[in-house]
Design a protein around this ligand. Structure first.
Ligand code: FMN
Length: 358
């Protein structure tokens, strides 16, 4: 017999909880005799008959260990992967009509609670708001997709450049704004949900853009949250230096001299309105990936360059973005400006040469 490897134990308020990652179930262990039984089993292999049958029934102990490879080469990542694997609630055994009915009924029950507010600027005073110029839509028409894809590259060295407010407005609107709103029957088709140029899990639009402004005409350096609903920037913090950015990005200094950057942040209040299982972790990051790619392509179409980073100090960023006590998390950073079309920063190249590395 083996203790199953599908369980995690964690503690909260001095109480142990057991998570069955395979069956996505969670139990609070109020009765400490279960713990004592496990300890005794570990010491001498003996298990009280009643507890043994309970453990067997709940798969806490298994007769045979199932051999499986470590997918991530990391135990916690494997457990996490397993916990977010397989949607257990399946409609597979239903015919098409039954599927349609069940799916629609599940969607209707969601709407009993209103979708969280995404009209962010109402939370700020007028002097904290930057009203962006009306976005223009035409310019991206002039470039072929192929040409833009061909020029996309992660660069790691920027030089000083002031980005026009209009460019920022166009980029934000195209990548994070409600771009399709003008279309006939769009509202009719989507109801409370709105679409943007990137796809969105459940059409919840849970990716928020937090801007780090260094050098954009007529906008003071600082950190701003984009209100897509009203096409307005909402100030979170005055001023930021490249050294501070470097610190947030665990020492990576490749954002030096960038004109601005965007933290893609997951608004989990919006997201968990619909998605409540551990699998939501996958969906929210996939959504950030889609938004990042659209943003990078539009940055290239603007004749600018970008550097991207998924490596950063989340806790420090939460403080800078003012989201520590909000249900919002940073997911990805895109630094934007004019730069050298090179993979490596000059400092890295010089160091590589000095150390005689290939
Ligand atoms: C999810 C993800 C995370 C990344 N994180 C970093 C990072 O922390 N620092 C960095 O310099 N580049 C980062 N990159 C950029 C990759 O190194 C880069 O995409 C890769 O070298 C290929 O180059 P290309 O983007 O020019 O095609 C990341 C890319 C992705 C997709």
């Amino acid at each position: 017999m083996h203790i199953s490897e599908d369980f995690i134990i964690y503690f909260e308020n001095n109480l142990p909880y057991l998570i069955d990652v395979k069956n996505k179930e969670e139990f609070c262990i109020h009765d400490k005799s279960y713990f004592e039984a496990i300890l005794k089993y570990l010491q001498n292999g003996s298990l009280d008959a009643k507890i043994r049958s309970e453990f067997l029934e709940n798969n806490l102990i298994v007769k045979q260990k199932i051999k499986s490879i470590s997918k991530y080469n990391n135990k916690v990542a494997d457990l996490f992967h397993q916990a977010s694997n397989n949607i257990l609630k399946s409609f597979s055994d239903m015919d098409r009509l039954e599927f349609a009915e069940n799916y629609l009924m599940a969607s209707i029950s969601l709407k009993e609670n209103p979708l969280p507010n995404q009209n962010y600027s109402v939370e700020y005073s007028e002097d904290e708001l930057v009203h962006l110029p009306e976005p223009t839509k035409e310019k991206y028409n002039k470039q072929s997709l192929f040409e833009v894809l061909d020029r996309r590259k992660t660069i790691r060295e920027f030089y000083s450049h002031t980005v026009e407010t209009q460019q920022l407005s166009d980029l934000l609107f195209t990548c994070f704004g409600y771009f399709h709103r003008h279309k006939d029957n769009e509202t009719e088709e989507y109801g409370v949900f709105k679409r943007r140029t990137s796809p969105s899990g459940g059409c919840l639009q849970s990716i928020d853009a937090y801007l780090v402004i260094f050098d954009v005409a007529d906008i003071a350096p600082g950190i701003y949250r984009y209100d897509a609903e009203n096409h307005i920037l909402c100030k979170e913090r005055d001023g930021i230096t490249y050294d501070e950015l470097k610190d947030l990005l665990i020492g990576q200094f490749f954002g030096d001299n960038s004109s601005f950057g965007i933290f893609l942040a997951g608004n989990l209040e919006v997201f968990t309105w619909k998605y409540k299982t551990l699998r939501n972790y996958r969906v929210s990051f996939m959504e950030a990936g889609h938004f990042s790619q659209t943003l990078q392509l539009c940055v290239i179409a603007e004749n600018l360059n970008c550097w991207i980073s998924g490596a950063f100090n989340d806790t420090k960023i939460e403080e800078y973005l003012n989201i520590r006590n909000k249900r919002v998390i940073p997911m990805f950073y895109v630094a934007i400006g004019k730069g050298k079309y090179k993979r490596m920063n000059r400092i890295m190249t010089e160091k590589r040469n000095e150390l005689n590395l290939v």
